[in-house]
Design a protein around this ligand. Sequence first.
Ligand code: SF4
Length: 330
Amino acid sequence: MVLLVTGRCESTCWYCPLSEEKKGKDVLFANEKRTDSEQDIIEEARSIDAEGTGITGGDPLTCMQTQDHIRSLKSEFGEDHHIHLYTQSSDIDKIRSLIEVGLDEIRFHPPVKVWNKIDETDYPLLLETLKDLDIDVGIEIPCIPEKENDTLALIRSLENLVDFVNLNELEFSSTNWKQMVKRGYKKKSDVSSAVKGSQEMALKILKSDFKVPIHYCSSSFKDGVQLRNRIKRRAQNTAKEGELITEEGTLIKGIILAENPLEVLDELREYYEIPDSLMWYDPENDRIEIALAVLEEICDEIDYECYGIEEYPTADRLEVERWPVKDGKD
Ligand code: SF4
């Protein structure tokens, strides 16, 4: 599970990909679900069979509740629920307090301006201190093509102090594209939001002779494989009997739109004897939802708008397709 505990951060990275709804704001998201309750976080983790949680931000170390979230996840799912956290902060007291409640791994994201002079910062001493504590420590940064030499210098300086280095493909987002364009960056292709040249740089670094393990995460892996696996698990755990799970993990079902959906639901239930597991009221969208096969059987006999829909099983239930199911309109 991805747990974004705050949109606030003391850094001002020009490539920050955070969306408008999160950037600089005190918001909490468990995957796509905006919430403020510990119980919702646990339910979201359960709905995707989460084996671990990545705590992110903004900077989670600026959030007072990060410790509580770690404590509650560990107490609910046990010690084996792996928790890692991303931060740019080098505040050892705060980090210690998180290790005490069970943080398993920390990934530092030092500001770009210090990559080529990291030895002059607090990081080396901090990493030395963490070596004696029970936590895995890594560096996680984006591959910025103009910063290849600084990236190499950073890894060289810290390779004996960290357990791993993660390199991410740099990506365009709705909030950073102006800065990207200003710096002359282009998209890798029309269907990708990744920056041209970022992957090539990562592959070059992977071939360099470092002692520390280096991992590269492409934007298509992050957005494709990781996201698809999470969505599939969520679909399997949350789909109703009347919803069909596709290979991609989206859900297919029918919907009936009526002025008084609750009254219509009662009428249909009585007349056609449809069980609750195959037809129900959706309060979020004020509509009737129904197994598509059942809707196809009855739609020509009822006087309401009837559609088939495909939507994501995520908390925001993004609808990706809608089609009419009445005869002649399919
Ligand atoms: S450290 Fe992360 S969250 Fe903070 S500004 Fe940089 S990219 Fe954004």
